[in-house]
Design a protein around this ligand. Structure first.
Ligand SMILES: [Zn+2]
Length: 273
């Protein structure tokens, strides 16, 4: 016996199920028709794709000390025929992008960042040995000069990334945030002088760090954020695996959801090597 509206609901559910099983069938067809990975790889102009993204979860250390993501299961496969969560997100948590609007009144919001500034040469500056001695280490103008001496002039429209070795501490929030008894953070960042030099003397579109912030932990004035982002450039924070890519020569692909008016957002970062 079906109450009024019930048959309609059942028909709807069945057609939805039909849609999902149809989608599954279609994906099998696509898999069967896809070329094998070996021949696909030989057709690409890169040999490997390195994931520079940490896995996001409610446990990931955040600047505000609250979960960066909350997930509520709204639909369950056994009960509803499909799985689906609702997410509640902090824009700036996990591996994420800072858009120019984050520290400016009229800078670009996420959806306005041009795609061709999100696929760029990646220059990785390794300061891990110095940061191991000093958790408040600031990447200096000299670190950039050393990189250029060793490799070449920083390529135009590149992203300069600080590899401080901090990504390895991500499962140890006390070390990753370095929060002391008075609530001050201790982790490495980029010096305002180095950022200023990059803005003036080189053509760099993005800065990336493997820590919680472009500015180092103890910063109270966020000088790098306040100069870099309003200039129309973007930033990346909590980047992973920078020790697994070459210092020079990789291409960074920044993928993130194109949300209107967003000041940033979780990113999937991939380095093509
Ligand atoms: Zn941020």
């Amino acid at each position: 016996m079906c109450v009024p509206g019930c048959q309609e609901a059942v028909r709807h559910a069945l057609s939805r199920r039909g849609f999902f099983s149809g989608a599954v069938a279609a994906s099998f067809v696509a898999t069967a028709a896809a070329p094998d990975m070996a021949s696909a790889a030989s057709a690409r102009s890169f040999t490997s794709a390195v994931d520079l993204t940490h896995t996001m979860s409610p446990d990931f250390p955040t600047f505000f000390g609250v979960p960066g993501i909350e997930m509520e299961k709204k639909f369950d496969l056994t009960k509803d025929g499909f799985n689906l969560y609702w997410w509640r997100l902090v824009e700036h948590a996990g591996t994420h992008l800072d858009a120019p609007i984050h520290f400016s009144e009229s800078g670009a919001t996420v959806e306005k960042i041009p795609a061709d500034t999100l696929v760029v040469p990646l220059a990785v500056v390794d300061v891990a040995a110095k940061a191991a001695q000093n958790p408040d280490y600031l990447l200096t103008r000299e670190d950039l000069a050393d990189w250029e001496k060793k490799y070449r002039r920083l390529p135009d429209n590149c992203c300069v990334a600080m590899q401080s070795g901090w990504a390895q501490h991500v499962n140890n929030p006390a070390k990753f945030t370095g929060k002391d008894g008075s609530g001050v953070f201790h982790f490495p960042g980029i010096s305002p002088q180095a950022a200023g030099w990059l803005m003036k003397e080189r053509r760099v579109v993005g800065l990336a760090v493997d820590t919680l912030s472009l500015d180092h932990g103890p910063s109270k004035d966020f000088k790098v954020h306040r100069a870099w982002l309003p200039s129309g450039r973007w930033g990346l924070e909590n980047v992973a695996n920078l020790d697994k890519v070459p210092a020079s020569g990789a291409t960074l692909v920044v993928g993130l959801a194109k949300v209107k008016d967003a000041t940033g957002g979780p990113a999937r970062l991939i380095a093509l090597v």
